[in-house]
Design a protein around this ligand. Structure first.
Ligand SMILES: NC(=O)c1ccc[n+]([C@@H]2O[C@H](COP(=O)([O-])OP(=O)(O)OC[C@H]3O[C@@H](n4cnc5c(N)ncnc54)[C@H](O)[C@@H]3O)[C@@H](O)[C@H]2O)c1
Length: 366
């Protein structure tokens, strides 16, 4: 087992990473409060892993709430379902919520934990690759609003994160690939060597080779832990973790939540960010094309859906959380492994990127 620590003074916590960790309840017991425990999971994950978690963690029995599956349920109605159960069962401030599932379950449960009685204990057991490498770490919790992704939320750190890589064996391939978008993102932000390693081991990673997957999760958690430790509430460097997300969130919202997976939208969004960086003269075309081909190698979309108009993109991106007074800010690239935040981008270049379709990163001469 590997342990990565997120260093945040009195809110520091460990991430335990390894195979069959759901069988090791002793890892989690010190992080569970004295009061009642509610495991929140969804209708897909519950039949696979809920019993195992309940047996392992809660010898005296712990309650579970099974919510509907899907990004379209990441909203306040589902949060209210959790509050209703907590209140009906008289959960108090010494209680613990455990999120067992992907990023959707983690984000919703974390927000409920942050806001129920002004904050109760919270543990993450992420079961998708995306949640294991990204969403379960760092304390961003929240839900969507019909007008925008993740518009309602709170920063709230878990007591610990338990990553059992064995659970990825049941994850559909499309979800594995979507998770790999966030993995590639870390290489692009500030880990050029990791990006090269990913290019070299793409086949084995896609086959979920256990050694390779453990390394992927470890490196990503280390990267995220280090960025979060420097900037917990995203007033600086943490914004870089949103590479591809300004375009990606617009795609997810415009297509209807759940139509494009979050990771798929981020993958196309990163190719759009590379294209924009190239048009601005910051990124070499050869590097932009390398980003596009690596994402394609991992089976991810490398062009946005044709159905979204430029006006829709601009409208949605102007209300992105990184926008300042309506001015869109983008995470762009100087090179693979060198991302930066830029608010001063020529609108004409943005329009060219938005209309490039499957000619992204090829430039005007192609
Ligand atoms: N909080 C953050 O910092 C952060 C970062 C990145 C993404 N996110 C959010 O994460 C969400 C996406 O998360 P996701 O990609 O995990 O999607 P998800 O939670 O919808 O899970 C994907 C699918 O896999 C199923 N599933 C989960 N684990 C499984 C398993 N082991 N075996 C079989 N099926 C399984 C789920 O039921 C679902 O159908 C988005 O809402 C995104 O906004 C949050």
């Amino acid at each position: 087992m590997l342990t990565v620590n997120v260093e945040l003074a009195d809110r520091s916590y460990p991430i335990f990473i390894g195979k069959e960790l759901l069988e090791q309840p002793e890892l989690l017991l010190p992080y569970i409060g004295k009061g009642k425990v509610l495991v929140v999971t969804n209708e897909v994950v519950a039949p696979l892993y809920l019993e195992k978690v309940q047996t392992a963690l809660c010898s005296s029995g712990c309650d579970a709430l099974v919510i509907p599956d899907g990004e379209q349920h990441k909203n306040l109605d589902t949060v209210i379902q959790i509050y209703d159960r907590l209140l009906a069962e008289k959960f108090d401030r010494s209680s613990t919520l455990i999120a067992l599932g992907g990023g959707v379950v983690g984000d919703i449960t974390g927000f409920a934990a942050a806001t129920y009685q002004r904050g109760i204990n919270f543990i993450q057991i992420p079961t998708t690759l995306l949640a294991q490498v990204d969403s379960s770490v760092g304390g961003k919790t929240g839900v969507n609003h019909p007008q925008g992704k993740n518009m309602i939320g709170a920063f709230y750190q878990p007591q610990c994160v338990l990553v059992d890589t064995s659970v990825l064996s049941t994850l559909p391939k499309r979800e594995v690939k979507a998770g790999l978008a966030e993995v590639v993102k870390y290489g692009l932000i500030n880990a050029a060597d990791f990006f090269t390693w990913l290019e070299q081991h793409a086949d084995g990673i896609l086959q979920l080779d256990p050694e390779l997957v453990s390394n992927v999760v470890k490196v990503c958690c280390e990267q995220k832990a280090s960025i979060v430790a420097k900037d917990e509430r995203e007033s600086g460097v943490r914004a870089l973790l949103n590479l591809g997300h300004t375009f990606g969130h617009a795609i997810e919202t415009a297509m209807g939540y759940g139509t494009w997976l979050h990771g798929e939208a981020v993958a196309a969004g990163m190719v759009m960010a590379a294209d924009l960086s190239m048009r601005m003269g910051w990124l070499d075309q050869s590097q932009a094309l390398r980003i596009k081909s690596t994402l394609a190698k991992f089976g991810m979309p490398v062009a946005p859906p044709a159905a979204i108009s430029t006006e829709t993109y601009i409208d949605l991106m102007s209300s992105d959380k990184k926008a300042e007074r309506g001015r869109i800010r983008f995470i762009v690239l100087r090179a693979i492994g060198e991302a930066f935040l830029q608010g001063d981008i020529d609108a004409e270049f943005v329009k060219q990127t938005l209309t490039a379709g499957d000619r992204l990163c090829l430039g005007d001469s192609a």
